[in-house]
Design a protein around this ligand. Structure first.
Ligand code: FAD
Length: 386
């Protein structure tokens, strides 16, 4: 059996999503972003077509597919120049965690809206003073009768202005040991005591990042996702899909830049042949192609492992895929900018905007260095420095 080629169904899904992406495209996307507008039409259409809910179980109106399917959707939109950043958090992390660990009531309440894309849920783990060190999270939830009362700060949270709710990673006190342990809460964005402020970023994107302020946010008992004791497992279950999606987003971005560069280099002549005939231009584009294909293959492996139920195996591959995809996308964008010459930095060609966008891939949702730490310690068994 050929296990290196995606199923016909997956290929058909990719082709259909690519068609949708082409109807919107990179120029439309960047125009919206530069104008301070949102790309809601694309999100809504993709949702209606079922693409944003491909991984939600059929009984809740979803496609009953896998993270591999969702990652294919994410990659194809990104490859068309109109990647939807919130796909990385809303259907991938939030819907996955609620599907796997939510109570029946939580599933009934939220999953049908993930299935048709009518809901966007942001995800908030990063804190100003904790950064990459999740052990230092200080957002805490205390019990007050049946309610929970949440206090804390979060930073760089994407899409809060478009989200109905945020899945917040907080900590609760263990009743037995008194130690703090993680817990996940669904916090509606209109909850009293919940406020957010945009962070001015040098990125051309319709999706913004926010600081969150949670001051005595009172939540009902059922705001806690699943069980208080299983939160760490729940968190890891959501982070693998996040990394797989981030990798797909990055591979798509690299493909978009490469396609544009190839078209430009095949067309533009300043000597007797198109510039694409010069190896100084052609070879970096060929390298980008090879490295994007390698990153994509690793992403497909991570998704296949995750979808087979192997969370541990998926963890290593998802980290490696995220690393490879980020590096490949940065290199592809750099080669694309260079191939465009001066046009590589004009707003008209839109390649310069991808420089900052592709650099995000190396930082979020987990930085290059933290992935290298993971591989050094877990895969290679080297000692820890921190
Ligand atoms: C565009 C964008 C969108 C984002 N969206 C979200 C979101 O929706 N939700 C959310 O929760 N977060 C989000 N983030 C936050 C993102 O996940 C963090 O920025 C990222 O995890 C790094 O954390 P930090 O910025 O605090 O960097 P720091 O932890 O302060 O790290 C700074 C630098 O030091 C390095 N470093 C830190 N520790 C070590 C170590 N032990 N060994 C070697 N190097 C180390 C890091 O790799 C990094 O290069 C987003 C960030 C960006 C830029």
């Amino acid at each position: 059996m050929n296990t290196f080629t995606e199923s016909e169904e997956r290929q058909a899904l990719r082709a259909a999503v690519a068609d949708l992406g082409r109807r919107y495209g990179g120029e439309w996307f960047q125009r919206k972003a530069r104008g301070g507008e949102k790309t809601t039409e694309l999100w809504t259409e993709a949702g209606k077509l079922g693409y944003l809910g491909v991984n939600v179980p059929e009984e809740y109106g979803g496609g009953g597919g896998t993270i591999g399917d969702l990652a294919a959707v994410c990659e194809e939109l990104s490859a068309a120049g109109c990647g939807l950043l919130l796909m990385v958090v809303s259907p991938a992390i939030c819907a996955t965690i609620i599907t796997r660990f939510g109570t029946d009531e939580q599933k009934q309440a939220w999953l049908p809206r993930f299935a048709d894309g009518s809901l966007r849920m942001a995800f908030a783990i990063t804190e100003p003073d904790a950064g990459s060190n999740a052990h230092k999270l200080t957002t805490t939830a205390r019990r007050d009768g049946d309610d929970w009362v949440l206090n804390g700060r979060k930073v760089f949270i994407s899409g809060v202005d478009e989200a109905a709710a945020v899945l917040v990673v907080g900590r609760t006190e263990d009743a037995r040991t008194g130690r703090l342990k993680p817990a996940l809460f669904i916090v509606p964005t209109d909850a009293p005591g919940f406020e957010y402020q945009p962070i001015e970023m040098d990125i051309v994107s319709p999706d913004k990042q926010f600081m969150l302020f949670l001051d005595d946010v009172r939540l009902p008992a059922d705001a806690l996702v699943g069980s208080q004791d299983a939160a760490l497992m729940q968190l890891f279950a959501g982070l693998n899909p996040e990394r797989i999606m981030a990798a797909s987003f990055a591979v798509g971005m690299g493909r978009y830049a490469l396609d544009r560069a190839v078209a430009y280099a095949g067309d533009r002549s300043v000597w007797s042949t198109p510039i694409g005939a010069h190896q100084g231009i052609a070879h970096p584009l060929a390298v980008a192609k090879i490295e994007l294909e390698l990153a994509k293959l690793m992403t497909q492996k991570a998704a296949a492992l995750y979808d087979s139920g192997d969370d541990a195996g998926a963890g290593e591959s998802a980290n490696m895929a995220k690393y490879a995809a980020a590096e490949a996308s940065i290199k592809a964008v750099d080669a694309a900018v260079q191939a465009h010459g001066g046009n590589g930095l004009t707003a008209e060609y839109g390649m310069g905007a991808l420089v900052a966008a592709s650099r995000v891939n190396r930082i979020a949702p987990v930085s290059r260095e933290m992935i290298l730490n993971f591989v050094a310690q877990n895969t290679l068994g080297l000692p820890k420095s921190y």
